[in-house]
Design a protein around this ligand. Structure first.
Ligand SMILES: CC(C)(COP(=O)(O)OP(=O)(O)OC[C@H]1O[C@@H](n2cnc3c(N)ncnc32)[C@H](O)[C@@H]1OP(=O)(O)O)[C@@H](O)C(=O)NCCC(=O)NCCS
Length: 181
């Protein structure tokens, strides 16, 4: 990122939703995705392009979103999330989240998270969960997510209550360090 782009990063953040798997935005997702997978999935034996294409194919399903982070007109990352119907029905589930290295530590991730959270909140979710790559834990904790004590494939499950005071009694509140599932 150039110095000029750097100064723009704080102001010029947009989401570009991907709804059509043959769109230029979908091609950008396929271009950025392998670097994300290399960083977060390691050598898990995944066929990366097949996996990324399967994400795109499912975009027509209800309550599922994918969007690019666009900073100063350039793609700077992406978010892929849904309303969970399986593991934690009704919760928001952030499945993939990525900021291009050159744009990191400029709050692009924070802005992407706030938009992701807002969409899930508007869809009626009261909680959001994800399994965090170890290197991303500091980021997610800065966004307010808490450890749950649970794991998924060697990664910690983190979660956040969007309305912690609503409809719950005192004893069911998470501590400041953990969140109950
Ligand atoms: C994790 C990631 C999304 C963070 O994106 P980002 O745009 O750099 O995040 P932000 O600039 O909004 O960071 C906000 C705060 O999060 C924390 N944070 C961010 N990256 C961090 C890191 N690598 N280590 C520790 N804390 C970190 C810091 O407190 C930071 O605030 P600061 O820069 O003022 O200190 C990005 O590094 C990334 O895409 N990593 C690879 C993919 C990945 O791990 N995705 C998540 C999978 S679960």
């Amino acid at each position: 990122m150039t110095e000029q782009q750097d100064s723009r990063a704080a102001d010029e953040f947009e989401l570009e939703f991907i709804t059509d798997q043959s769109s230029p935005a979908a091609q950008t997702f396929l271009r950025l995705g392998p670097a994300h997978m290399a960083e977060t999935a390691g050598d898990a034996g995944i066929d990366v392009m097949k996996f990324l294409q399967s994400c795109l194919r499912r975009l027509g399903e209800p309550n599922r979103w994918m969007a690019l982070f666009v900073v100063g007109g350039e793609p700077a990352g992406f978010t892929y999330f849904k309303v969970d119907r399986d593991d934690r029905p009704g919760w928001g589930y952030v499945m993939e989240f990525y900021v291009v290295p050159a744009y990191r530590r400029h709050k692009v991730g924070t802005k992407g998270w706030l938009r992701t959270k807002g969409i899930l909140e508007a869809a009626g979710c009261t909680d959001i969960w994800l399994s965090s790559h170890p290197l991303a834990e500091g980021f997610w904790k800065s966004c307010g997510l808490l450890e749950t004590g649970q794991m998924q494939r060697d990664q910690k499950i983190l979660a956040i209550s969007l309305h912690p005071a609503a409809g719950r009694n005192e004893s069911s509140q998470p501590t400041s360090e953990t969140k109950r599932l």
